[in-house]
Design a protein around this ligand. Structure first.
Ligand code: NAG
Ligand code: NAG
Length: 185
């Protein structure tokens, strides 16, 4: 497990990711069964995530926004570098015992629906929730059947290898590792 006190910085920059495959997950309702509520109408947007460590620019990752939740800035000047923190429990299905306040919280996929993770992250004060997939594609994160959550933070999926890259940067002794997210179109 990653140390809850460590962090990682990522910044999302403009750009189009053409090599990312987008798929549907069996833990997500879609094909019209998802409620057509205003809070579940987000257009899915690819984002680029750039990692930063000790002020140095690191690798870029791809991400995909959710059908629900807040929007990321679209202008690079509005993107913020924030510390990345792994939720504890890592699945973010309940309140995190690691401090998420003002962070980009990281969660694994599974064990509960995406909105539940977002609620737990948001109530912990996270600015953004990144959900790490268990594979190399990016999934549509839709709403649960009874959509009653009021999610205002952006929720973004990244790939398994993306999560590993962030974890690696967080566990290699860098002091300042942060993340900032930008939706580029
Ligand atoms: C992060 O990497 C460490 C060391 O390899 C590993 O023990 C831990 O499980 C990883 N954490 C996550 C969230 O993947
Ligand atoms: C949703 O949450 C935001 C921020 O906590 C709040 O300002 C807003 O009034 C809430 N909306 C609803 C419909 O509960």
């Amino acid at each position: 497990m990653a140390m809850a006190s460590s962090y990682s910085a990522i910044s999302i920059a403009f750009g189009i990711l053409l090599s990312i495959s987008i798929a549907f997950a069996d833990d997500i309702s879609h094909h019209g069964s998802a409620p057509k509520s205003p809070s579940c109408d987000n257009i899915l947007r690819l984002v680029k995530v750039k990692m930063w460590a000790d002020g140095a620019e690191g690798d870029e990752l791809g991400g995909l926004t959710a059908k629900f939740g807040g929007h990321l800035p679209t202008a690079a000047k509005n993107s913020q570098k924030l510390p990345a923190v792994f939720a504890n429990p890592l699945n973010c299905c309940s309140s995190s015992s690691s401090k998420l306040s003002g962070s980009i919280a990281l969660s694994t996929r599974g064990d509960c629906d995406f909105m539940t993770k977002a609620e737990a992250g948001q109530s912990g004060g996270a600015a953004v929730l990144l959900v790490i997939n268990d594979g190399e594609d990016l999934l549509e994160m839709s709403c649960r059947e009874k959509n009653v959550a009021n999610i205002t933070i952006p929720v973004v999926m990244i790939t398994k290898s993306g999560g590993e890259a962030i974890n690696k940067s967080m566990t290699t002794g860098k002091k300042e590792i942060g993340v900032s997210l930008l939706s580029h179109w």
